[in-house]
Design a binder for this molecule. Sequence first.
Ligand SMILES: Cc1ncc(COP(=O)(O)O)c(C=O)c1O
Length: 338
Amino acid sequence: MNIDWGNLPFGYMPTDHNVRCYNRNGEWGELEITSDEYISLHMAATCLHYGQESFEGMKAYMGKDGKIRIFRWQDNARRMQRSAEGIKLAVVPEKLFHDAIVKAVQLNKRFIPPHGTGASLYIRPLLIGSGPEVGVKPSGEYLFMVFVTPVGPYFKEGFRPMNMMVCRDFDRAAPLGTGHIKVGGNYAASLLSMEKGHEKGFASVIYLDAKEKKYIDECGPANFFGIRGNTYITPASPTILPSITNLSLQDLAKELGMEVEKRPVPLEEIAEFDEVGACGTAAVISPIKKIVDPDTGITYEYCKDGNPGPVSVKLYNKLVDIQYGDEPDPFGWIEIID
Ligand SMILES: Cc1ncc(COP(=O)(O)O)c(C=O)c1O
Protein backbone atom coordinates (compact mmCIF):
# COMPACT_ATOMS: atom_id res chain seq x y z
CA MET A 1 0.00 0.00 0.00
CA ASN A 2 1.51 3.25 -1.13
CA ILE A 3 -0.57 6.20 0.07
CA ASP A 4 0.78 9.75 0.06
CA TRP A 5 -0.82 10.60 3.42
CA GLY A 6 0.24 14.24 3.34
CA ASN A 7 -1.50 14.90 0.01
CA LEU A 8 -4.76 13.03 0.33
CA PRO A 9 -7.74 14.72 -1.27
CA PHE A 10 -11.13 14.89 0.44
CA GLY A 11 -12.46 12.12 -1.74
CA TYR A 12 -13.33 8.45 -1.91
CA MET A 13 -10.63 5.81 -1.81
CA PRO A 14 -11.56 2.12 -1.61
CA THR A 15 -10.78 0.40 1.70
CA ASP A 16 -10.94 -3.25 2.73
CA HIS A 17 -14.41 -3.66 4.20
CA ASN A 18 -17.71 -1.97 4.93
CA VAL A 19 -20.52 -3.05 7.23
CA ARG A 20 -24.25 -3.34 6.58
CA CYS A 21 -27.42 -4.10 8.45
CA TYR A 22 -30.96 -4.50 7.13
CA ASN A 23 -34.19 -3.60 8.85
CA ARG A 24 -36.95 -5.89 7.64
CA ASN A 25 -40.47 -6.02 9.04
CA GLY A 26 -39.46 -3.46 11.64
CA GLU A 27 -36.54 -5.52 13.00
CA TRP A 28 -32.83 -4.88 12.66
CA GLY A 29 -30.88 -7.94 11.58
CA GLU A 30 -27.24 -8.88 12.09
CA LEU A 31 -24.34 -6.63 11.14
CA GLU A 32 -22.75 -8.01 7.97
CA ILE A 33 -19.19 -7.42 6.84
CA THR A 34 -18.42 -7.17 3.15
CA SER A 35 -15.68 -6.05 0.82
CA ASP A 36 -18.20 -5.26 -1.93
CA GLU A 37 -18.27 -1.56 -2.75
CA TYR A 38 -21.61 -1.93 -4.48
CA ILE A 39 -25.13 -2.36 -3.16
CA SER A 40 -27.61 -4.58 -4.89
CA LEU A 41 -30.71 -2.42 -4.75
CA HIS A 42 -34.24 -2.80 -6.04
CA MET A 43 -34.92 -0.34 -8.86
CA ALA A 44 -38.06 0.83 -7.05
CA ALA A 45 -36.24 1.46 -3.74
CA THR A 46 -37.65 4.57 -2.03
CA CYS A 47 -34.19 6.15 -1.63
CA LEU A 48 -33.90 6.35 -5.42
CA HIS A 49 -37.32 7.79 -6.12
CA TYR A 50 -38.37 9.74 -3.07
CA GLY A 51 -35.05 10.66 -1.52
CA GLN A 52 -35.59 8.51 1.54
CA GLU A 53 -31.97 8.62 2.67
CA SER A 54 -29.88 10.10 5.43
CA PHE A 55 -26.16 10.10 6.09
CA GLU A 56 -23.62 11.17 8.67
CA GLY A 57 -20.02 12.31 8.57
CA MET A 58 -17.45 11.84 11.30
CA LYS A 59 -13.80 10.94 11.67
CA ALA A 60 -11.34 8.60 13.40
CA TYR A 61 -7.96 10.03 14.31
CA MET A 62 -4.63 8.35 14.97
CA GLY A 63 -2.93 9.65 18.11
CA LYS A 64 0.78 10.04 18.73
CA ASP A 65 0.30 7.20 21.23
CA GLY A 66 -0.88 4.89 18.41
CA LYS A 67 -4.44 4.90 19.77
CA ILE A 68 -7.45 5.39 17.54
CA ARG A 69 -9.89 8.07 18.63
CA ILE A 70 -13.44 8.71 17.52
CA PHE A 71 -15.07 12.03 18.30
CA ARG A 72 -18.57 12.62 19.76
CA TRP A 73 -20.07 9.63 17.96
CA GLN A 74 -23.14 9.78 20.20
CA ASP A 75 -24.03 13.15 18.71
CA ASN A 76 -23.83 11.76 15.18
CA ALA A 77 -25.92 8.77 16.24
CA ARG A 78 -28.61 11.03 17.71
CA ARG A 79 -28.56 13.31 14.70
CA MET A 80 -29.10 10.33 12.43
CA GLN A 81 -32.02 9.30 14.63
CA ARG A 82 -33.55 12.76 14.22
CA SER A 83 -32.99 12.56 10.46
CA ALA A 84 -34.68 9.14 10.40
CA GLU A 85 -37.68 10.46 12.31
CA GLY A 86 -37.89 13.46 9.97
CA ILE A 87 -38.22 11.43 6.76
CA LYS A 88 -39.76 8.24 8.17
CA LEU A 89 -36.69 6.00 7.95
CA ALA A 90 -36.20 3.17 10.44
CA VAL A 91 -34.36 4.56 13.47
CA VAL A 92 -30.88 3.11 14.07
CA PRO A 93 -30.36 2.34 17.77
CA GLU A 94 -27.28 3.97 19.32
CA LYS A 95 -25.68 0.60 20.02
CA LEU A 96 -26.02 -0.55 16.42
CA PHE A 97 -24.61 2.77 15.21
CA HIS A 98 -21.65 2.41 17.58
CA ASP A 99 -20.99 -1.24 16.73
CA ALA A 100 -21.09 -0.45 13.02
CA ILE A 101 -18.70 2.51 13.08
CA VAL A 102 -16.25 0.77 15.41
CA LYS A 103 -16.26 -2.36 13.27
CA ALA A 104 -15.79 -0.34 10.06
CA VAL A 105 -12.80 1.47 11.58
CA GLN A 106 -11.26 -1.66 13.08
CA LEU A 107 -11.53 -3.57 9.81
CA ASN A 108 -9.74 -0.79 7.97
CA LYS A 109 -7.04 0.13 10.48
CA ARG A 110 -4.37 0.18 7.83
CA PHE A 111 -6.13 3.11 6.17
CA ILE A 112 -6.04 5.38 9.22
CA PRO A 113 -3.60 8.16 8.30
CA PRO A 114 -0.60 8.39 10.63
CA HIS A 115 -0.49 11.05 13.31
CA GLY A 116 0.99 14.32 12.13
CA THR A 117 -0.13 14.08 8.51
CA GLY A 118 -3.21 16.27 9.04
CA ALA A 119 -5.29 13.51 7.49
CA SER A 120 -7.88 11.27 9.14
CA LEU A 121 -10.23 8.39 8.45
CA TYR A 122 -13.62 9.71 7.38
CA ILE A 123 -16.56 7.61 8.57
CA ARG A 124 -19.72 7.69 6.48
CA PRO A 125 -22.83 6.07 7.98
CA LEU A 126 -25.65 5.83 5.44
CA LEU A 127 -29.30 4.92 5.96
CA ILE A 128 -31.60 4.30 3.00
CA GLY A 129 -35.08 3.10 2.21
CA SER A 130 -34.23 -0.04 0.23
CA GLY A 131 -37.65 -1.60 -0.23
CA PRO A 132 -39.67 -1.19 -3.44
CA GLU A 133 -42.62 1.21 -3.55
CA VAL A 134 -44.27 3.02 -6.40
CA GLY A 135 -46.67 5.18 -4.42
CA VAL A 136 -45.19 7.94 -2.29
CA LYS A 137 -44.84 6.21 1.04
CA PRO A 138 -42.07 5.04 3.35
CA SER A 139 -40.20 1.88 2.48
CA GLY A 140 -40.86 -1.47 4.14
CA GLU A 141 -37.12 -2.21 4.26
CA TYR A 142 -34.10 -0.19 5.28
CA LEU A 143 -30.36 -0.58 4.85
CA PHE A 144 -27.91 0.98 7.28
CA MET A 145 -24.30 0.83 6.21
CA VAL A 146 -20.96 2.34 7.18
CA PHE A 147 -17.93 2.80 5.00
CA VAL A 148 -14.70 4.60 5.78
CA THR A 149 -12.15 6.31 3.59
CA PRO A 150 -8.93 8.19 4.38
CA VAL A 151 -9.20 11.91 3.70
CA GLY A 152 -7.06 14.99 3.67
CA PRO A 153 -8.38 18.48 4.31
CA TYR A 154 -11.75 19.40 2.75
CA PHE A 155 -10.51 22.59 1.15
CA LYS A 156 -7.28 22.26 -0.75
CA GLU A 157 -6.23 25.61 0.72
CA GLY A 158 -6.34 23.85 4.13
CA PHE A 159 -6.59 26.17 7.12
CA ARG A 160 -6.29 29.22 4.88
CA PRO A 161 -8.77 32.09 4.56
CA MET A 162 -11.12 31.76 1.62
CA ASN A 163 -13.72 33.79 -0.21
CA MET A 164 -17.46 33.25 -0.07
CA MET A 165 -20.42 34.69 -1.92
CA VAL A 166 -23.85 35.57 -0.56
CA CYS A 167 -26.52 33.53 -2.35
CA ARG A 168 -30.00 35.03 -2.65
CA ASP A 169 -31.33 33.25 -5.71
CA PHE A 170 -31.38 29.78 -4.13
CA ASP A 171 -32.44 28.29 -0.80
CA ARG A 172 -30.99 25.03 0.43
CA ALA A 173 -33.89 24.43 2.81
CA ALA A 174 -37.43 25.67 3.43
CA PRO A 175 -38.52 27.13 6.79
CA LEU A 176 -40.54 24.07 7.78
CA GLY A 177 -38.56 21.68 5.58
CA THR A 178 -35.61 19.41 6.24
CA GLY A 179 -32.67 21.81 6.68
CA HIS A 180 -32.21 20.80 10.33
CA ILE A 181 -31.64 17.13 9.49
CA LYS A 182 -29.01 15.46 7.36
CA VAL A 183 -30.88 14.11 4.37
CA GLY A 184 -29.70 13.83 0.77
CA GLY A 185 -32.35 16.14 -0.67
CA ASN A 186 -30.83 19.15 1.11
CA TYR A 187 -27.54 18.51 -0.64
CA ALA A 188 -29.13 17.97 -4.04
CA ALA A 189 -30.89 21.31 -3.54
CA SER A 190 -27.55 23.01 -2.85
CA LEU A 191 -25.49 21.64 -5.75
CA LEU A 192 -26.47 24.14 -8.44
CA SER A 193 -25.95 27.21 -6.27
CA MET A 194 -22.61 25.91 -4.98
CA GLU A 195 -21.43 25.16 -8.51
CA LYS A 196 -22.40 28.68 -9.56
CA GLY A 197 -20.39 30.01 -6.64
CA HIS A 198 -17.38 27.89 -7.63
CA GLU A 199 -17.61 29.08 -11.24
CA LYS A 200 -17.34 32.64 -9.97
CA GLY A 201 -14.22 31.71 -8.00
CA PHE A 202 -15.73 31.34 -4.52
CA ALA A 203 -14.99 28.44 -2.19
CA SER A 204 -18.65 28.27 -1.19
CA VAL A 205 -21.86 30.27 -0.87
CA ILE A 206 -23.63 31.73 2.14
CA TYR A 207 -27.33 30.96 2.27
CA LEU A 208 -29.74 33.38 3.90
CA ASP A 209 -32.94 32.43 5.70
CA ALA A 210 -35.50 31.42 3.08
CA LYS A 211 -38.36 33.48 4.52
CA GLU A 212 -36.93 36.98 4.87
CA LYS A 213 -33.50 36.74 3.22
CA LYS A 214 -32.24 38.77 6.14
CA TYR A 215 -30.35 36.38 8.39
CA ILE A 216 -27.37 34.15 7.76
CA ASP A 217 -28.25 30.47 7.55
CA GLU A 218 -25.37 28.21 6.47
CA CYS A 219 -22.11 28.40 4.56
CA GLY A 220 -22.50 25.70 1.93
CA PRO A 221 -22.38 22.42 3.87
CA ALA A 222 -21.06 24.05 7.05
CA ASN A 223 -22.23 26.29 9.89
CA PHE A 224 -21.27 29.96 10.15
CA PHE A 225 -19.68 31.68 13.12
CA GLY A 226 -18.28 35.11 13.82
CA ILE A 227 -16.05 36.60 16.49
CA ARG A 228 -16.66 40.08 17.81
CA GLY A 229 -14.34 41.09 20.65
CA ASN A 230 -14.68 38.39 23.26
CA THR A 231 -17.89 36.90 21.85
CA TYR A 232 -18.47 33.85 19.65
CA ILE A 233 -21.63 34.39 17.63
CA THR A 234 -23.41 31.73 15.58
CA PRO A 235 -26.81 31.83 13.87
CA ALA A 236 -29.86 30.17 15.39
CA SER A 237 -32.31 29.09 12.71
CA PRO A 238 -34.73 26.19 12.29
CA THR A 239 -33.20 25.41 8.88
CA ILE A 240 -29.59 25.00 10.02
CA LEU A 241 -28.11 21.56 10.55
CA PRO A 242 -26.82 21.50 14.15
CA SER A 243 -23.09 21.08 13.56
CA ILE A 244 -21.23 19.00 16.12
CA THR A 245 -18.08 20.97 15.32
CA ASN A 246 -19.93 24.21 16.03
CA LEU A 247 -21.22 22.86 19.37
CA SER A 248 -17.64 21.89 20.26
CA LEU A 249 -16.27 25.30 19.28
CA GLN A 250 -18.91 26.95 21.46
CA ASP A 251 -17.78 24.87 24.44
CA LEU A 252 -14.13 25.66 23.74
CA ALA A 253 -14.92 29.38 23.38
CA LYS A 254 -16.59 29.29 26.81
CA GLU A 255 -13.57 27.51 28.21
CA LEU A 256 -11.41 30.31 26.84
CA GLY A 257 -13.56 32.77 28.82
CA MET A 258 -15.57 33.98 25.83
CA GLU A 259 -19.26 34.76 25.67
CA VAL A 260 -21.31 32.63 23.29
CA GLU A 261 -24.36 33.98 21.48
CA LYS A 262 -26.62 31.73 19.43
CA ARG A 263 -29.26 33.87 17.76
CA PRO A 264 -30.40 35.12 14.36
CA VAL A 265 -27.52 36.99 12.73
CA PRO A 266 -28.56 39.68 10.22
CA LEU A 267 -26.19 39.71 7.25
CA GLU A 268 -25.20 43.39 7.72
CA GLU A 269 -24.08 42.67 11.27
CA ILE A 270 -21.04 40.79 10.01
CA ALA A 271 -19.51 44.15 9.09
CA GLU A 272 -18.89 44.49 12.84
CA PHE A 273 -17.23 41.09 13.23
CA ASP A 274 -13.46 40.73 13.67
CA GLU A 275 -13.31 37.20 12.30
CA VAL A 276 -15.75 34.96 10.48
CA GLY A 277 -15.56 31.34 9.46
CA ALA A 278 -17.35 28.18 8.42
CA CYS A 279 -17.16 25.06 10.58
CA GLY A 280 -17.81 21.36 10.14
CA THR A 281 -16.23 17.93 10.51
CA ALA A 282 -14.53 18.01 7.13
CA ALA A 283 -12.47 21.19 7.54
CA VAL A 284 -12.99 21.94 11.28
CA ILE A 285 -12.74 25.70 10.62
CA SER A 286 -12.52 27.40 7.25
CA PRO A 287 -11.59 30.99 7.98
CA ILE A 288 -13.26 33.49 5.66
CA LYS A 289 -11.29 36.30 4.06
CA LYS A 290 -13.96 37.93 2.00
CA ILE A 291 -17.73 37.71 1.69
CA VAL A 292 -19.02 39.27 -1.51
CA ASP A 293 -22.68 40.23 -1.75
CA PRO A 294 -23.30 40.51 -5.51
CA ASP A 295 -26.75 42.07 -5.03
CA THR A 296 -25.78 44.99 -2.77
CA GLY A 297 -22.22 45.29 -4.03
CA ILE A 298 -20.95 45.15 -0.43
CA THR A 299 -17.78 43.17 0.32
CA TYR A 300 -17.08 42.19 3.92
CA GLU A 301 -13.36 41.71 4.49
CA TYR A 302 -11.34 39.95 7.19
CA CYS A 303 -7.86 38.49 7.58
CA LYS A 304 -6.34 41.59 6.01
CA ASP A 305 -2.83 40.22 6.53
CA GLY A 306 -3.83 37.04 4.68
CA ASN A 307 -3.77 34.88 7.82
CA PRO A 308 -6.62 33.36 9.85
CA GLY A 309 -7.67 35.50 12.84
CA PRO A 310 -6.17 34.76 16.28
CA VAL A 311 -9.37 33.44 17.89
CA SER A 312 -10.08 31.11 14.96
CA VAL A 313 -6.50 29.82 15.20
CA LYS A 314 -6.83 29.22 18.93
CA LEU A 315 -10.17 27.42 18.61
CA TYR A 316 -8.96 25.37 15.63
CA ASN A 317 -5.80 24.24 17.39
CA LYS A 318 -7.62 23.35 20.60
CA LEU A 319 -10.21 21.26 18.86
CA VAL A 320 -7.78 19.48 16.56
CA ASP A 321 -5.42 18.77 19.48
CA ILE A 322 -8.25 17.15 21.42
CA GLN A 323 -9.32 15.11 18.36
CA TYR A 324 -5.80 13.77 17.78
CA GLY A 325 -5.20 13.23 21.50
CA ASP A 326 -2.41 15.82 21.71
CA GLU A 327 -4.35 17.55 24.49
CA PRO A 328 -6.48 16.04 27.22
CA ASP A 329 -10.22 15.91 26.59
CA PRO A 330 -12.02 17.41 29.59
CA PHE A 331 -15.40 17.16 27.82
CA GLY A 332 -15.67 13.37 27.36
CA TRP A 333 -15.84 13.79 23.57
CA ILE A 334 -13.32 11.10 22.68
CA GLU A 335 -13.68 7.35 22.70
CA ILE A 336 -10.55 5.31 22.23
CA ILE A 337 -11.06 2.12 20.29
CA ASP A 338 -8.74 -0.85 19.91
C1 LIG B 1 -25.42 21.44 5.95
C2 LIG B 1 -24.35 21.17 6.95
N1 LIG B 1 -24.15 22.05 7.93
C3 LIG B 1 -23.19 21.87 8.86
C4 LIG B 1 -22.37 20.76 8.84
C5 LIG B 1 -21.33 20.57 9.89
O1 LIG B 1 -21.74 19.61 10.81
P1 LIG B 1 -20.66 18.78 11.63
O2 LIG B 1 -19.85 19.76 12.40
O3 LIG B 1 -21.47 17.91 12.54
O4 LIG B 1 -19.87 18.03 10.66
C6 LIG B 1 -22.54 19.81 7.84
C7 LIG B 1 -21.71 18.60 7.79
O5 LIG B 1 -22.08 17.61 8.37
C8 LIG B 1 -23.55 20.03 6.87
O6 LIG B 1 -23.72 19.13 5.90
